[in-house]
Design a protein around this ligand. Structure first.
Ligand code: MN
Length: 488
């Protein structure tokens, strides 16, 4: 990933004279430096902006600089916001307004009119907020003292959502083969998606991959087998199947990296010239931060890559998931998620095992090797991006992952079990009402709030199913939202 940073742009005006402006600049630099120690990405103090030209200039530079993932503004003093119109109207990066002030306390003895003139964020931030509201700009407003833990955490969360926006704008997706025949929800308008989200979604022939696989050497496979042994237990005698997956992984990684792709999809219906559907190969690529979608689902592949990049250290615990089956026993109502093969081991509760089993679906000539494990317990979300025709909708549901309640010894794939909000059945009714797919990105470290912020940055619809959602309230919201998005 790029070395991203965020720019701190502080508003003021020339009226105050050089002494006040020097103090503002020194404090802004100090705040950026101190905040950078706590935040997940550096905050770089750029300018104390005092004129229309300075603001327009810093926005132009932010737009142009690929390493700038967003700007954070604040008004230590008053900054008349007509000065900001030309700059903000051209801003193409995520924008956060930090409504804070340098001092925490009002000093009883020290406070006089000079103090008031220097420390008037309460005044300046309102003027600044008006213009973004007037311009209908997507933005995040975070208020509180800049040294507060919650303020820093919220800034950090917003930064990660902005990283998701930056990764999205440059994302390339490699499709091996088309979508699974007849499936609706995995389809979508690639031109719309590229316009809105930046994704370049294109196809490569499975034959090209087979050619690449044939060029992989035994020594390269030996080296990757060593990595597999370090990370996983080998629970099969069929080493040839594992070596075949290593060959697939090396070839896919080579093609992905050559084309600058961070996500890929394939389909079991198109494995021409391949002996096994990539299982372990896809799983180990996902563990390295690549997004993946089965059955040609390039939307979920792209979302997996973006949400992985939004997580801890740019490769968090976010994974391609599929709703499979329910446990509808009263008091023990759970969803069981898995996939044919391809569940990312980033969520594994223990050390994954490499196993080989027969896979009836698709055109597998040989039994594919795959990682088998249980997903860990913890609060999480599931996310689905769907194409509503004319616009994109992102559906997000709060869930709680549990240790699977059954060992399921004959299930030959990795599995995750969870309780959905507001309950299994009401949650299913809400999900189906909103049109959510059977494929999702399940994330343990990206929050619903971050996905909401990301949707605001990308200008797409966000639907959140929480413990408080009812089918009635959701239907009402979706009805109004449908009207609003048609007018937009
Ligand atoms: Mn699937």
């Amino acid at each position: 990933m790029r070395e991203y940073s965020f720019w701190f742009v502080v508003g003021s005006q020339l009226l105050y004279g050089p002494e006040v402006l020097e103090t503002v600049a020194a404090r802004a630099a100090e705040m950026a430096k101190e905040l950078s120690r706590e935040l997940p990405y550096p905050l770089v103090y750029k300018v104390t902006a005092k004129s229309n030209q300075e603001i327009a200039q810093v926005v132009k530079e932010a737009n142009y600089d690929d390493s700038c993932a967003g700007i954070i503004t604040w008004c230590h003093t008053f900054s008349p916001s007509k000065m900001w119109i030309n700059g903000l109207a051209g801003l193409q990066k995520p924008y956060c307004h930090l409504a804070t002030q340098y001092n925490r306390e009002i000093p009883n003895e020290e406070i006089d009119m000079d103090f008031m003139n220097l420390n008037q964020a309460a005044h300046g931030d309102r003027e600044h907020g008006f213009i973004a509201a007037r311009l209908r700009m997507p933005r995040k407003v975070i208020a509180g003292h800049w040294q507060d833990k919650t303020v820093r955490e919220r800034l950090g969360d917003w930064m990660k959502a902005a990283i998701g926006a930056a990764v999205s704008r440059e994302l390339r997706v490699m499709r091996f083969g088309d979508n699974m025949r007849e499936v609706a929800v995995t389809e979508g308008d690639k031109v719309e998606v590229q316009t809105k989200l930046g994704w370049q979604v294109n196809t490569w022939a499975v034959g090209d991959l087979v050619k690449e696989m044939n060029a992989v050497t035994e020594a390269e496979i030996d080296a990757l087998m060593e990595t597999y042994r370090e990370n996983y237990d080998i629970a099969t005698d069929n080493l040839e199947a594992i070596r075949y997956q290593a060959r697939e992984e090396i070839a896919m990684k080579r093609m992905l990296d050559r084309e600058g792709c961070k996500a890929f999809s394939n389909t079991f219906q198109d494995l021409y010239g391949m002996e096994q559907l990539p299982g372990l190969a896809s799983q180990h690529l996902m563990a390295q931060g690549y997004g993946y979608g089965g059955e040609g689902d390039w939307k979920v592949a792209a979302m997996t890559a973006i949400m992985k990049a939004m997580g801890e250290n740019g490769n968090g615990v976010s994974l391609f998931m599929e709703d499979y089956t329910y446990n509808l026993v009263p008091g023990a109502e759970y969803s069981l998620g898995a996939h044919m093969l391809e569940v990312c081991p980033c969520c594994a509760a223990g050390r994954p095992r490499i196993e080989t089993h027969h896979l009836g679906i698709g055109m597998n000539e040989k039994d594919p090797a795959r990682l088998v494990f249980e997903g860990k317990a913890g609060d999480a979300i599931v996310v689905s991006l769907i194409d509503m025709g004319g616009r994109l909708r992102l559906i997000c549901q709060d869930i709680h992952c549990v240790k699977p309640i059954l060992p399921m010894p004959n299930l030959p794939v990795a599995r995750v079990m969870w309780q959905a909000e507001p309950s299994l059945t009401a949650g299913v009714e809400c999900w189906i009402t909103a049109g959510g797919a059977h494929h999702t990105v399940l994330s343990y470290d990206v929050t619903a709030q971050q996905m909401k912020d990301w949707c605001a940055m990308m200008d797409i619809e966000f639907v959140h199913i929480t413990k408080d959602t009812t089918v009635e309230s959701l239907e009402h919201d979706l009805f109004l939202s449908d009207l609003a998005w048609k007018l937009k």
